[in-house]
Design a protein around this ligand. Structure first.
Ligand code: FES
Length: 173
């Protein structure tokens, strides 16, 4: 059997696996296969965010990836473990750039600030926008879980939220 240059249809791959072969070599570099894996595998399962002992104090946070979605897992002021999409609701910059500790999440791009429960608490010049509603622009929550001494995050939302789009229809500049 020869190794094909292009990814094979699923039935051919299954036949190869049943015969004791590995998946076609081209599958490891094909962008369509990568996109399908992100959608069908990584976007649907739990991902390790880090060790639980890095989240002991209020404000402790870990940045991670859940498939293609950047996430931040943190300990809030009430001691609850929370997970959010790590994307500012203004223009999509990460709200946490690295693991660490802080009393809030503040985007470095234009300074929008979020409480540790994900609420948007500060947005420069928003008072000049008549329809701007901070309550609609919280960070989208992610499910999180602890297993042993690790913290994990899922790409699925913990509770119904608005559209996950990081770009509201009205936002101050
Ligand atoms: S992108 Fe975050 S404040 Fe503008």
């Amino acid at each position: 059997m020869t190794i094909p240059d292009a990814p094979s249809p699923p039935s051919e791959v299954e036949a190869r696996l049943a015969a004791g072969w590995t998946i076609p070599a081209a599958s490891y570099a094909d962008p369509d296969v990568h996109a399908a894996e992100l959608d069908r595998v990584f976007a649907r399962h739990w991902h390790l965010a880090g060790r639980l002992d890095a989240l002991e104090r209020p404000g402790d946070r870990l940045v991670a990836q859940a498939g293609h979605i950047p996430v931040v897992v943190l300990r809030d002021g009430d001691g609850e473990l929370r997970g959010f999409v790590n994307v500012c609701r203004h223009r999509g910059h990460p709200v946490a750039l690295a693991d660490g500790n802080a009393a809030r999440l503040q985007c470095r791009y234009h300074g929008w600030t979020y409480a540790l429960d994900g609420r948007l608490t500060g947005a420069r010049r928003c008072r000049y926008e008549p329809v701007f509603d901070k309550a609609e622009l919280s960070l989208p929550a992610r499910r999180r879980s602890t297993r042993g001494a690790r913290s994990s995050s899922s790409t699925r939302t913990r509770a119904p939220t608005r559209s996950p789009s990081p770009r509201p229809s009205s936002r101050p500049s």
